[in-house]
Ligand binder design. Structure first.
Ligand code: SAH
Length: 396
């Protein structure tokens, strides 16, 4: 195995358990990065020569190496992939009684860049690193022997793949369904699998959706940035008197409306499920002008901050969205505010909720502060693996 030498003092983070090596931390005089092919294994050594673990290298990426094992000389082969996935599977089986979950959450499961979602017999796999991409065949074998899936959708349409210099074409294996049928919190949700700009289901909001639905009984619910209606659909089943969805994608809105009707037929019969396709900011303005007010408003925007340099601009978008959403609450309404941007700290989001309350002359009190569920584990030495925040606040 080749060696990757770090510069003096650059071993601290790795010794504390972190898995990433950045290009500027490498002693390129001892181990030039361009001597590595993308995905190649290397033994990482500190400046004094002590071994820190094994990593796969990508000379074309800012994160030039990712540790996959602390054991010197350990190859990232089928046996190790199997061991890691078995560990991940055992954790999920301990937490969930049905095979619907994120089976592997990249670094959180010590498989850098590998995300696997399990929908019963069907798997969706996202590979975001050259190291994992180079081991796709071993991975296929391990997934087959571990789970015997009816289909695997290799979903390669990821922005992170471009950063790693990887192609972005999808690859379908077996009988990939058009639609997924996902049980969650006593509901059932249909979601597109092969079509649309989005595929699959966002399992990460499972617990937050259940928490939000506790405040749905007897009130009108607004689900903003709804995708297939996870929040509103759960609220519908929990006794909402009406549900309105907003999303920029017509496919998403159609699924959301169908899902709410499916989980609460009484609402469909009463014509109390509505979908608005359009820009969420404009739709929120419009609802306000029409005088619509809601007892429960769920706001779950896409990641407005993808890279650190977008932080200020993205924060402004969160600030505006939160203010517009709170304006639509009736007195005593409940507000659910989420962010999936790693670069927006929880404390900042709490501040934006407070600001939205103040701007609208409301008193807010936080009832719940949530994050990622167990199938999206946060690696305890890697704050980068924590991304999801959810506050639920009562506003009088
Ligand atoms: N709340 C959803 C997940 C939301 S994902 C759930 O629980 O599953 C973010 C959604 O925002 C996507 O469906 C995307 O189509 C939508 N979106 C992105 N930009 C938008 C905009 N400007 N206005 C409305 N919807 C938008």
């Amino acid at each position: 195995m080749k060696e990757l030498w770090l510069r003096k003092g650059e071993d601290r983070r790795l010794r504390a358990g972190h898995l990433w090596v950045f290009g500027n931390e490498v002693d390129v005089s001892k181990s030039p990065l361009n001597a590595f092919t993308p995905g190649e294994e290397a033994l990482v050594r500190d400046a004094r020569g002590q071994a820190l673990g094994c990593a796969f290298v990508n000379p074309h990426s800012l994160i030039c190496a990712r540790i996959y094992s602390r054991k010197a000389g350990q190859a990232l082969d089928g046996a190790l992939l199997r061991e890691r996935l078995e560990t991940a599977l055992a954790l999920r089986e301990r937490c969930f009684d049905a095979p619907y979950y994120r089976l592997c959450h990249g670094e959180g499961d010590v498989l850098p860049g590998l995300v696997v979602d399990r929908f019963g017999d069907h798997l969706t796999v996202q590979i975001g690193t050259a190291g994992m991409d180079a081991r796709k065949e071993q991975l296929r074998e391990v997934l087959r022997s571990l789970l015997s899936p009816a289909s695997i959708l290799w979903d390669n349409d990821l922005a992170s793949r471009s950063l790693e210099g990887l192609a972005r074409d999808n690859d379908l294996e077996g009988d990939v369904p058009e639609e997924l049928d996902v049980p969650e919190n006593g509901c059932r949700f249909l979601a597109p699998c092969r079509t649309g700009q989005k595929t699959g289901w966002f399992y990460d909001q499972r617990r937050n959706r259940a928490e939000a639905a506790r405040y749905a009984n007897g009130v009108q619910v607004l689900d903003i940035f709804s995708y297939a209606g996870g929040f509103g659909g759960t609220a519908a089943r929990a006794g909402a008197s009406s549900v309105t969805f907003i999303d920029a994608s017509q496919t998403a809105v159609d699924y959301a409306v169908r899902n709410a009707a499916r989980n609460a037929p009484r609402l469909a019969d009463a014509d109390a499920v509505k979908g608005l396709c359009g820009d969420a900011f404009a739709c929120m303005e419009q609802l306000y002008e029409e005088g619509r007010r809601f007892g429960l408003v769920c706001l779950d925007p896409p990641a407005f901050i993808k890279r650190r340099k977008d932080a200020e601009q993205g924060k402004a978008a969160y600030r505006k969205a939160n203010a517009l959403a709170v304006r639509l609450l009736e007195p005593g309404g409940v507000f659910v505010s989420c962010s999936c941007s790693h670069h927006l700290p929880a404390e900042t989001l709490r501040g934006l909720v407070a600001l939205a309350a103040a701007k609208n002359h409301r008193q807010g009190r936080i009832l719940y502060a949530g994050g990622q569920p167990e199938d999206h584990p946060v690696h305890c030495a890697m704050p980068e693996t924590a991304y999801l925040k959810c506050f639920i606040a009562h506003m009088s």
